[in-house]
Design a protein. Structure first.
Length: 251
């Protein structure tokens, strides 16, 4: 497993990409509401990315057609924006996007509620986001990758939710996806490298309210919870530094 170590200067460039990414999310956020289509959100993102002089990281990646992944309700990841998909009160939507700026990538996701949602859905969002924050705290030199993965797994399972196993986090840098793969559970068949300053990890818990099983729809992209339960997804990119975790995609 060749994990690329970034210099301080490279991480500073990734922080610039992370700040641009945050501006894209900030541009989208006020427009998430009932009656808005996922394509409306896509158009806002495309315009903002262009304004920032960045490139949409997802568009064209393995043939993916859009700048955003907009995954609604039971959709786990890779939901494609559509003019036909209009948001309704009580929906939740994962907005996942990436940018490339100055040769470096940024990648982050957030799941938000459309209007009022019931308490169980609120709890799903809260627990998933908390699991990411707990994982970020483990991104420290000397810890191992399983400290990050296991923290998510333990917290999610103890709260009665299930972890999607088919999709994982990843390293990030001059490529959108680098080593290592970062499952949200301890995978005894994978390596468990020690974390070193200069590693940058995109950590992204994907959590189902029901069972963990997923399937990919006929569009070849959209992954959904097989049992139709709601799914939440949060992601940040985090650098390992001598002073602890540095979240490059935070405001």
């Amino acid at each position: 497993m060749a994990i690329l170590i970034k210099t301080t200067a490279e991480i500073a460039k990734m922080r610039i990409a992370g700040k641009a990414l945050r501006q894209v999310h900030n541009a989208i956020a006020p427009h998430v509401g009932a009656g808005v289509s996922t394509m409306d959100l896509e158009e806002i993102a495309v315009a903002k990315i262009a304004e920032l002089g960045a490139k949409a990281a997802f568009k064209g990646y393995h043939g993916y057609p859009s700048a955003l992944c907009t995954s609604v309700n039971e959709e786990v990841v890779h939901g494609m924006p559509s003019a036909k998909r209009k948001l309704k009160p009580g929906d939740i939507i994962s907005i996942d996007t990436g940018v490339e700026l100055g040769g470096y990538y940024g990648d982050s996701a957030v799941t938000v509620a459309v209007g009022e949602v019931n308490d169980s859905v609120k709890r799903l969002l809260k627990v998933t986001e908390e699991s990411l924050e707990l994982a970020i705290d483990k991104v420290r030199a000397g810890n191992r990758l399983f400290d990050v993965c296991g923290t998510v797994e333990k917290f999610i399972v103890s709260n009665g939710f299930s972890i999607v196993r088919e999709f994982v986090g990843h390293g990030i840098g001059t490529a959108l996806h680098e080593e290592p793969q970062i499952p949200n559970y301890i995978d005894r068949n994978s390596e468990n490298p020690r974390l070193k300053p200069g590693m940058v990890l995109a950590i992204e818990p994907m959590v189902n309210a029901g069972k963990p099983d997923t399937k990919v729809l006929s569009d070849k992209w959209t992954a959904v919870a097989k049992d139709g339960s709601y799914s939440a997804h949060f992601e940040h990119m985090v650098a390992v530094t001598d002073n602890g975790p540095w979240v490059l995609s935070r405001p």
